[in-house]
Design a protein around this ligand. Structure first.
Ligand code: NAD
Ligand code: UPG
Length: 315
């Protein structure tokens, strides 16, 4: 297929471009490089350095589909600047849909998020679990998820929303380099590497076994594979939703311990107040992706996820 990948110079998008090329697809990337890097775009893919609302300049009827990663992704920033998040994540997606409709491009794979579900403690969340976004970032993603079934019905688009839980790990030279970094694993690795003095643990009085929040970490290579499978599952007129996670939760303290063990380095920890808007726990049931897409993870172990991130971090 001939595919456009928005946000293909970013963390998850670039790993997916590599997987799409390996599967034999022709790939072009649309990215404004606001948080991405041109050198993340794998050889063999063409980069158009453009914003989302210029998608009409690139798309034409020869495209078979779009994989849409481009977005603003910081929960904390979204609370301060909701207008920016609705502008890029909702209005930007609407202009992409306009360009797809105008050019009769019939497949869309959308980067949704597991963070839009209402908190359900340590129970795995299914696609049927109630959605209750707690911040503008999650709200912007759930608005798109609510728009898509209507768009599919009206224009025979085949759309798939992939609700990732916590993306982690690295794929060779493609790893996490968000600026500023806010995600747990790279923050802890910075301390292990001596780039930060201590790790701030946001809250240890949550109703979990060790008092720290629980998350489900999924390797970016496994996310990438799911996108290749989702393309084949897109069906005209239908909007499908799949959770992508390992189905196993790790507390923040368990992640810190795993980093100590994998790196062999000390990680001084200081407990800080809770971070606003944090869910107690977020664990996926990805059964539907397994049964319907035939998705299998190749790197489900937290230690392996951290080892790949550490190799990237140290390089
Ligand atoms: N990282 C996670 O744990 C996680 C979890 C769930 C969902 N997601 C979603 O996955 C997607 C990719 O996330 P990521 O972690 O790779 O983030 P990232 O910031 O590394 O990648 C986003 C890419 O989109 C580009 N971009 C942003 N705004 C743009 C615009 N207006 N026009 C064109 N390009 C633009 C950036 O330059 C960047 O290359 C996002 O949609 C995010 O919401 C991420
Ligand atoms: O310096 C830090 C950074 C994080 N945390 C904690 O670590 C956990 C995980 O935080 P983070 O890595 O920021 O991920 P989430 O807040 O769970 O959100 C991620 O995962 C969601 C999917 O579940 C995505 O939608 C979001 O884009 C992505 O940021 C949370 O309890 C944080 O409070 C700390 O204690 N200290």
């Amino acid at each position: 297929m001939k595919l456009l990948v928005t946000g293909g110079a970013g963390y998850i998008g670039s790993a997916t471009v590599a997987a799409l090329l390996a599967a034999g697809h022709a790939v072009e990337v649309l990215d404004d490089l606001s948080t991405g890097f041109a050198d993340n775009v794998p050889d063999g893919a063409v980069l158009h350095e453009l914003p989302l609302n210029a998608a009409a300049q690139v798309l034409d009827p020869t495209y078979d589909g779009v994989l849409h990663f481009a977005a603003k992704i910081s929960v904390a920033e979204s609370v301060r600047k909701p207008d920016l998040y609705f502008d890029v994540n909702v209005r930007g997606t609407m202009s992409l849909l306009d360009a797809m409709r105008a050019n009769d491009v019939k497949r869309l794979i959308f980067s949704s998020t597991g963070s839009m579900y209402a908190s359900a403690g340590l129970e795995p969340l299914t696609e049927e679990s109630p959605v209750d976004p707690q911040n503008p970032y999650a709200a912007s993603k759930s608005i798109v998820d609510m728009m898509l079934p209507w768009e599919c019905q009206a224009s025979s688009l085949g759309a798939v929303s992939l609700r990732y839980f916590n993306a982690a790990g690295a794929s060779g030279h493609l790893g996490e380099r968000h600026t500023p970094e806010t995600h747990l694993i790279p923050m802890v690795l910075d301390v292990a590497a001596g780039k930060r003095d201590e790790f701030l643990l946001f809250g240890d009085d949550y109703p979990t076994p060790d008092g720290t929040p629980v998350r489900d970490y999924i390797h970016i290579e496994d996310l990438a594979t799911a996108h290749v499978l989702a393309l084949a599952a897109a069906e005209p007129g239908k909007h499908k939703i799949y959770n992508l996670g390992n189905g196993r939760g790790f507390s923040n303290r368990e992640v810190v311990d795993a980093v100590r063990s994998v790196t062999g380095r000390p990680v001084p920890v200081r407990t800080a107040p809770r971070r606003e808007g944090d869910a107690v726990a977020s664990v996926a049931s990805a059964e539907k992706a397994r049964t319907e897409l035939g998705w299998r993870q190749s790197k489900p172990e937290l230690r392996e996820i951290i080892a790949d991130a550490w190799a990237f971090h140290s390089a």
